[in-house]
Design a protein around this ligand. Structure first.
Ligand code: ZN
Length: 55
C-alpha cells in the first residue's frame, strides 16, 4: 500500500474540487508517472479498464 510521496508534484497538481471522472482519470495518470503514494484501484480502476486505459 503506497510508496514514496512526491510532495513537490502534489503541491503543483492539486486534485480539483468535485472532479469529474475525466479529471480524476487524467490526474491519476499523471500522478502514477510522478508519484508512488497511492495506487489506482476501486471504481477508478474499473472505469479506466472500461475505457481501455492502461495503467
Ligand atoms: Zn502521490
Amino acid at each position: 500500500m503506497g510508496g514514496k510521496i512526491n510532495k513537490e508534484w502534489h503541491a503543483a497538481h492539486k486534485m480539483p474540487k468535485n472532479p469529474s471522472m475525466d479529471q480524476r482519470i487524467s490526474w491519476h495518470l499523471e500522478h502514477a508517472k510522478n508519484c508512488d503514494c497511492r495506487n489506482i484501484e476501486g471504481k477508478l480502476a474499473e472505469e479506466m479498464k472500461k475505457r481501455g486505459i492502461k495503467f
